[in-house]
Design a protein around this ligand. Structure first.
Ligand code: SIN
Length: 282
């Protein structure tokens, strides 16, 4: 297996490897897992892999989970279909910087995404390194956010286009989660800036040290959150991947965010994602 780093921030392309082999080859799987921890997102081309092998490879990292809004392949639970067609002009969720499902108490560990079909041009996906984004913050901002916690919600994104009853039912089934604004990677010990499009507000900003008058809380907290969320937009922290059918991306969802560029309608884009269950952030 050869590993070619794609940017200084994150991402590497693997060549000379067939992911289906890693389902049974322990040594190969260990190598891929180590590369994932180092480069945070791995890319492969021309992978002849069946849906069953896709699922079996992802399950080597852990159990898979379905998505409450996007449906899964009926024969392969845990394999979420992200199919965009001209008939679904309003399904625009992936083109926002996010770490998958941080509205869960235990957000996913990572994902294995396979391109089934894509437009000849456009429909790229971008990833950002949120360890680097944290490292590069000014020291006074790091001090200010060290003990902050924030609310993450499914309601205002996936729920927004639903009738109110359906949206409230979604929120009741998936209540908001609270996470630290700076979380620690469970395996590398790195600090990660952990706010994204699902983050609605800080839950412990309103203290006498930060808020002189009640009025300081807003926009003080909202402005700080907006600044932190915007760090993922910085190109120096990013990598961009151009899809072809049979390309695969594997990402560590804890230290990264991603953004699927929707510059391709009315073309089709069909992706299948195996999302791997993760642990509670700390
Ligand atoms: C996702 O947001 O998990 C999907 C990314 C993509 O479709 O490129």
């Amino acid at each position: 297996m050869r590993i070619e780093q794609l940017t200084h921030a994150l991402g590497a392309e693997l060549t000379g490897v067939n992911l289906a082999d890693a389902v049974h080859d322990e040594g190969l799987f260990v190598e891929i897992r180590a590369a994932l921890l180092q480069h945070r997102v791995l890319f492969l081309r021309d992978q002849e892999i069946s849906r069953a092998e896709h699922v079996a490879f992802a399950r080597r990292f852990g159990e898979l989970e379905d998505h409450p809004v996007a449906s899964s392949d009926p024969e392969h639970p845990g394999l979420v279909r992200i199919y965009r067609t001209p008939e679904q002009p309003n399904d625009r969720y992936e083109n926002a910087w996010h770490s998958d499902a941080t509205w869960r108490e235990a957000p996913p560990f990572g994902a294995v995404l396979r391109c089934v079909d894509c437009p000849p041009v456009g429909g790229d996906t971008m990833w950002a390194n949120m360890v680097l984004a944290y490292e590069k913050l000014p020291a006074h901002v790091k001090d200010e956010i060290a003990d902050l916690r924030a609310r993450h919600s499914i309601e205002a994104t996936f729920g927004a286009n639903m009738p109110i009853e359906k949206r409230l039912a979604l929120k009741a089934q998936y209540p908001d989660a609270e996470h630290p604004v700076v979380r620690t990677h469970p395996e590398t010990g790195e600090k990660i800036l952990y706010v994204n499009v699902f983050t609605t507000h800080f839950t412990n900003f309103h203290t006498p040290e930060r808020v002189r008058y009640g009025q300081d809380a807003n926009p003080g907290g909202a402005d700080l959150l907006r600044y932190l969320v915007s760090q993922a937009f910085i190109p120096e922290y990013q990598v961009r991947w151009r899809w072809k059918p049979r390309s695969i991306a594997i990402w560590d969802n804890t230290p990264t965010q991603h953004y699927a560029v929707m510059d391709y309608p009315p073309s089709h884009r069909k992706m299948e994602r195996a999302g791997i269950i993760g642990g509670k952030p700390y």
